[in-house]
Design a binder for this molecule. Sequence first.
Ligand code: 13P
Length: 250
Amino acid sequence: MDKKPIIIGNWKMKLGIAESLELAKQLKHIPAKNVDVVVCPSFVSLSGVIDTLRHSSISVGAQDCFWESEGAFTGETSAAYLREIGASYVILGHSERRKYLGETDEMVHKKIKMALTAGLTPIVCVGETFEQRQEGSKDYVLIQQTVKALEGVPLGADQRVFIAYEPVWVIGSGQAIDPAEAAATHQVIRQSLFDIFPSSVVKSSFSIIYGGSVDANTVNDFTSLENTDGVLVGGASLTADSFRDIIQKA
Ligand code: 13P
């Protein structure tokens, strides 16, 4: 299949402002010919990283947004403000937010709609925990997360949504899952999209990517899968050397 994989770095809350700017500077001139590259720094580093990467081929995303565009919501960040600052993408429903901030599928659903309205491309994370996997409910969990997040979301012809399958128990473990399992799981996710969107919309508007302990040694195992459009990288996106290796291998 002729495709251009997307490589997204999620810097989580792991780099301060100075560190983020330094990393952005180092990444700026990395040749990234046949891949799309996105980095997602913390909110406070966004504007500096966007400035630094302005004339590069690397796009910038946020790690969350709120579901209202403005109002009395202390501490929250509007998708419109993120667009205003120059962000193009936003990660939504990451398992760490679901776990520590109590984020629900309903919240993720509202955030996706707001992100699209503001002109951001959502990267929606879904994934099962180890316990859910042990009790055999993995597919059920993924279908629920996908359908509840996306059912009824209006999608324009030029809008895209990335769904990142991130098995929660694999994040930060140093051991990615078997690519064959990722391929089978992506099929389950794609099938659940066919239940809620016309097939033409699924084909034109959705991309499914894998996240969970991806590094330069494993990136190709995932990007070469026919039904996988890229990777979401945590730990291995935090240094220029390791992220460069991933981009070059992909
Ligand atoms: P790691 O690549 O560190 O496992 O993190 C994955 C992740 O959570 C990306 O969003």
